[in-house]
Design a binder for this molecule. Structure first.
Ligand SMILES: [Ca+2]
Length: 384
């Protein structure tokens, strides 16, 4: 996510207007020329309005839990969006790119995790026990914290992998151009994807390090690190069909990228930042020998300015969309797809719908996808 400035607010307005125009065109033409011939026919169905919805997670009983940036969590079910079930608004601020930034359940819906910046801007991951679908406030405990040197590039997304471990993404800490070189440093959690096991507090820590983590034998590297070289991995997910990892890493000024790792990965990938921005040397940087290049990148000439990672679609409602990675861009809002086979993009598409200021996607228990507009609208992607 990039913070909305005055000029980007104008861009946002233009993009909303464009979205209305696009919707009309899509209704008139059964197969718009800009779309891939194989593209699925979809429509956005508005299912809720929230206050700056920023993250979502499939919850117990077929619900979708929704985080609002200022610090509340609400549950979306068949009756609509309920009153807050959690309110930490006194513990966070929305300065810069801060706020409540991510939520996740474990696979059994027994524990719930929130990722937020506290009043000092420190990234904080807290855990709650869940009973009968309800948070148990007295069980709250802090799992992990990371101080942040600047108010942007906090990352903050988190989710459980198919291996049952908790993955947490942190950005490089800001401000611009990675002034501290955090992306390539292995002694900091900034600019990283982490993997921890919060179900087993151990050695005085509120979590255990999974034994297979790639840097546990390197005394100079933090044991929590799964992969590195990330700038602001704002949203990431695992393909619920294959277990592959997909990361939308927000670029500096030129290249937005999607990174990919197979389910069989042992971790340790170097995604290049800040020596590389996408496939391109950044400010005279040299490409690391172990650089894992993005599976997809796009520039700033019309597709947006801040990639928002989504999910590989594995639902049943839209058969033509199955297996495609659905993503968007905060500055553009068009919902796009790439199909990835054996680590290569084999198809690109444009679903012909615009989700507004797309800050996040959520995937429900049936694999259906929701698009979050930071301005308030939550849409489900339905068959047209
Ligand atoms: Ca990269």
């Amino acid at each position: 996510m990039k913070v909305r400035t005055r000029s980007s607010a104008i861009i946002g307005t233009i993009s909303l207007v464009a979205s209305l125009a696009l919707g009309t065109a899509a209704a008139d033409e059964s197969d718009a020329p800009s779309r891939d011939a194989q593209a699925a026919k979809v429509a956005l169905t508005k299912v809720a309005t929230a206050k700056n919805p920023i993250a979502g997670a499939a919850g117990p009983g077929g619900t979708v839990w929704i985080a609002e940036r200022a610090g509340t969590v609400r549950v979306l079910d068949d009756n609509g969006l309920g009153a807050p079930v959690l309110d930490i608004s006194r513990e966070t601020t929305t300065d810069g790119e801060r706020g409540l930034l991510g939520i996740a359940f474990d696979k059994k819906f027994a524990r719930f995790y929130i990722s937020f910046t506290n009043r000092q801007g420190t990234s904080t991951v807290d855990e709650f026990r869940v009973k009968g679908g309800k948070l148990q406030p007295q069980t709250r405990r802090t799992v992990l914290t990371q101080t942040q040197p600047y108010s942007n590039h906090n990352g903050g997304d988190l989710t459980f992998g198919p291996d049952g471990y908790l993955y947490i993404a942190f950005g490089d800490g800001g401000a611009s151009g990675d002034p501290h070189g955090n992306g390539q440093k292995l002694d900091t959690l900034l600019g990283k994807l982490l993997r921890i096991d919060p179900s087993r507090p151990s050695g005085g820590k509120p979590y255990a390090i999974p034994p297979g983590n790639p840097f546990v034998k390197d005394p100079r590297a933090r044991d929590e690190i799964w992969s590195y070289g990330l700038r602001n991995p704002w949203r990431f997910s695992f393909d619920s069909g294959t277990g592959d990892l997909l990361i939308g890493d927000v670029g500096q000024n030129a290249w937005e990228e999607i990174d990919w790792a197979p389910a069989a990965s042992k971790g340790g990938e170097n995604y290049g930042w800040s020596r590389m921005e996408g496939n391109h040397p950044f400010r005279g940087g040299t490409e690391p020998a172990n650089h894992v290049r993005p599976v997809h990148e796009y520039d700033r000439t019309g597709l947006g300015c801040s990639v928002t990672g989504g999910y590989v679609y594995r639902g049943d409602a839209i058969p033509d969309l199955k297996g495609s990675y659905v993503f968007s861009d905060y500055c553009d809002g068009t919902v796009r797809t790439v199909k990835i086979e054996n680590g290569k993009v084999t198809d690109k598409g444009d679903l012909g719908v615009n989700g507004g200021e797309v800050v996040s996607f959520a995937q429900d228990g049936d694999g259906e996808l929701y698009v979050f507009d930071l301005g308030g609208s939550i849409h489900r992607i339905d068959p047209a």
